[in-house]
Design a protein around this ligand. Structure first.
Ligand code: FAD
Ligand code: DHB
Length: 389
């Protein structure tokens, strides 16, 4: 086989990138390790920055998002019993959209099936050869057939555990990492959300987040041990813990019910530099991970795709490598700011085992400063709605 770009991974980054390439007349092939049914059923992020919403519109998949996405002009942070509303709309003139990653992926995949580039799922053994030659080859097994795909360029959109990053020689990669000593236990339940806006709760027992997917579907998270298994947590134990992490007046109005999904996510900060090696370009979780506290993971994957797709389109239109050569630097500048913000939100809102009393005083001071300073709130809001591309 022969193509221009091989896109590895059909998560949000790979699907959006291949959509933009296809629309620009660039030939691409998408290879996904898992069956698409599995990819489409994963419950992950829930908050879209306005820049991500714009990109989905540009990709022609904004219709259901406009109908079903919820526009949120503010969210709350609680510290113990105190609650502060961050009014994004009045502080920075922007709002975010609550629309699940599951739905984003479904919409992109549906568009793909209508008129997208070739996509092969359930491909277990993708490998990349000859990255430092003019014509790399991606090898894999498609429908039982050993396949070699010759291409110009490879887009590594295969998430944190993918093959793309691993294909960069160790000596050419610098990896920056912080693993947090806790995880998030999340549940989905067919109950009305406790509030119409998100609540990020910082409590001496630990962090909690009240989010939603619709007026009848709630998504809640609590801080848990990094090695907790979802099976260890009964619904009752989850609801009890959640209530204990929220301000009392909020906990009192919480409607509980059976969970329809329960999972544990680890928390990690990670960046691989550079995001390019020869003819391989990394985008999304393949290159970087943020802890979910700032709702940045999916949005960062999309901003990478914005930089990479415009660079590839320029390359195939003009034959120039200028934008491709700038890709890693442009993407990383935005990535590191989101890393900083996500690390800051995580440090502010979680409790660490063996925390010193000093840290608690600092968290209290951070919260008090936020309450008293609209300028500090504006900085938080500016980062939460997403820095400009
Ligand atoms: P992914 O969504 O990981 O997609 C990569 C794709 O590549 C996958 O479909 C994978 O199967 C495929 N792949 C992997 N290896 C190969 C291979 N060798 N060959 C071919 N294909 C391969 N972010 C938030 O903002 N809020 C959250 O609440 C949140 N929760 C999360 C919970 C979990 C458990 C995880 C893992 C992430 C969560 N995130 C969250 C982060 C967010 O979901 C990611 O940032 C986002 O999915 C990144 O998109 P991506 O396309 O780069 O990577
Ligand atoms: C959701 C997840 C997040 O990590 C976040 O910061 C906000 C919302 C969610 O799943 O709804």
């Amino acid at each position: 086989l022969e193509t221009q770009v091989v896109v590895i991974g059909a998560g949000p980054a790979g699907l959006l990138l291949s959509r933009f390439l296809h629309d620009a007349g660039i030939r691409a092939v998408v290879l996904e390790r898992r069956p698409m049914g599995y990819v489409l059923s994963r419950i992950r992020a829930g908050v879209l920055e306005p820049g991500s919403v714009d990109l989905l519109h540009q990709a022609g998949v904004g219709a259901r998002l406009d109908r079903e996405g919820q526009r949120h002009e503010g969210f709350a942070i609680s510290y113990g019993e105190d609650l502060l509303r961050i009014d994004m709309q009045s502080l920075v003139g922007k709002s975010v959209t609550v629309y699940g990653q599951t739905e984003v992926t479904k919409d992109l995949y549906a568009a793909h099936q209508q008129n997208g580039c070739p996509l092969h799922d359930d491909v277990p053994d993708v490998a990349i050869e000859g990255l430092d030659t003019d014509r790399p080859v991606v090898t894999c097994t498609i429908d039982g057939e050993p396949t070699r795909i010759h291409c110009d360029l490879v887009a590594g959109c295969d998430g944190f555990h993918g093959v793309s990053r691993q294909s960069i020689p160790q000596a050419e990669r610098h990896e920056y990492e912080r693993v947090y000593p806790f995880g998030w236990l999340g549940i989905l339940s067919e109950t009305p959300p406790v509030d119409h806006e998100l609540i990020y709760a910082s409590h001496e027992r630990g962090f909690a987040l009240c989010s939603m997917r619709s007026n009848v579907l709630s998504r809640y998270y609590i801080q848990c041990k990094a090695d907790d298994k979802p099976e260890q947590w009964s619904d009752e134990a989850f609801w009890d813990a959640l209530k204990a992490h929220l301000p009392e007046h909020v906990a009192k109005t919480l409607v509980t019910g059976p969970s329809i999904e329960k999972s544990v996510a680890p928390l990690r900060s990670f960046v691989c530099e550079p995001m390019r090696y020869q003819r391989l370009f990394l985008a999304g979780d393949a290159a970087h991970i943020v802890p979910p506290t700032g709702a940045k993971g999916l949005n960062l994957a999309f901003s990478d795709v914005h930089y990479l797709s415009t660079a590839l389109i320029e390359h195939y239109r003009d034959g120039s490598t200028r934008a491709l050569d700038q890709y890693a630097e442009r993407a990383l500048a935005r990535v590191w700011k989101a890393e900083r913000f996500s690390w800051w939100m995580t440090s502010l809102l979680h409790r660490f085992e063996g925390d010193e009393s000093f840290n608690e005083r600092i968290r209290q001071a951070e919260f008090d400063y936020l309450v008293s300073s609209p300028r500090y709130q504006a900085s938080l809001a500016e980062n939460y709605v997403g820095l400009p591309f």
